[in-house]
Design a protein around this ligand. Structure first.
Ligand code: ATP
Length: 254
């Protein structure tokens, strides 16, 4: 993998009134990687993402996205990134195909709805309404909408929350496929097993600071080297493996 930074965040600060949510964080995201922002509730992950996505004003700091400065070139950045919409953005009377046409129009591009739905295995749901999709299908559709403008980077905020184990693993495959096609992925998650298998690098955010940034492997090796041992002998499988083994791996929700 090349180590070319596609996002550079320098000394980012965000205050909400008197409250400092982000306290001077700096990090780089490399082109072509899946980069995870991890940390407890309220750590400042969503705030940081939304500032990079140009959806929220920063208090201070410098952010460069794909060579463009957020201060002066926010419109250029918007054209190069894909952001998941909140569910409220999916007009209830339109079906998936019509929603893709609508969003393509907003970007001023002509995208085939079937081509986009194909990317996320939802062609058979082209005529369905968003509200009638399963949780996994909703997430896949919202990922499809991030890809409409052929973005260089997509941002996924907790994309697998609430999904069953199969749907979660299928979404991991989908996200890896997007990365393998050359799109950089920035993701937040509260599932450490997910971050471990999915992310090329992760940053831990706590109390508005970045407290560590590395590959999952390095973090784990360092902890083990420091003498850490799990209290209980780890079994060769876990309950999720049992779930998958009993219920199968197939993409059952279409
Ligand atoms: N618009 C706002 N006005 C005031 N405070 C806010 C606002 N948005 C977020 N905060 C506060 O800033 C802090 C960081 O919130 P943020 O949503 O960035 O955290 P997070 O790491 O994404 O958390 P979670 O994992 O729960 O999504 C929290 O204490 C939150 O209450």
């Amino acid at each position: 993998m090349t180590k070319q930074p596609i996002i550079t965040v320098n000394d980012l600060v965000k205050n909400y009134g008197d409250f400092a949510a982000v306290k001077g964080i700096s990090f780089e995201v490399y082109e072509g990687e899946i980069f995870g922002l991890l940390g407890p509730n309220g750590a400042g992950k969503t705030t940081t993402l939304e500032i990079i996505e140009t959806l929220r004003e920063k208090t201070s700091g410098r952010i460069i996205v794909d060579g463009f400065d957020i201060e002066t070139d926010a419109d250029d950045i918007k054209k190069r990134i894909g952001v998941q919409l909140q569910a409220a953005g999916y007009y209830p009377n339109l079906n998936l195909s019509e929603l893709i046409v609508l969003f393509s129009g907003l970007y001023g591009i002509d995208k085939s709805p079937m081509e986009m739905l194909e990317k996320v295995a939802l062609t058979d749901k082209a005529k369905a309404k968003y509200k009638d999709l399963s949780g996994g299908q909703k997430q896949r559709f919202s990922i499809a909408t991030t890809l409409i403008n052929n973005p260089r980077i997509i941002f996924l905020d907790e994309p697998t929350t609430g999904l069953d184990p199969q749907a979660r693993r299928n979404l991991w495959d989908l996200i890896r496929g997007i990365r393998d096609q050359g799109t950089t992925v920035v993701i937040t998650t509260h599932y450490m097993d997910e971050a471990e298998v999915l992310c090329d690098r992760v940053a831990f955010v706590d109390g508005g600071h970045i407290i560590g940034i590395d590959t999952p492997d390095h973090f784990i090796d360092q902890l083990v080297a420091s003498g850490f041992e799990r209290k209980k002998q780890v079994k060769l499988a876990n309950l999720e493996d049992v779930f998958i083994s009993l219920t199968g791996k197939e993409w059952r929700e279409g």
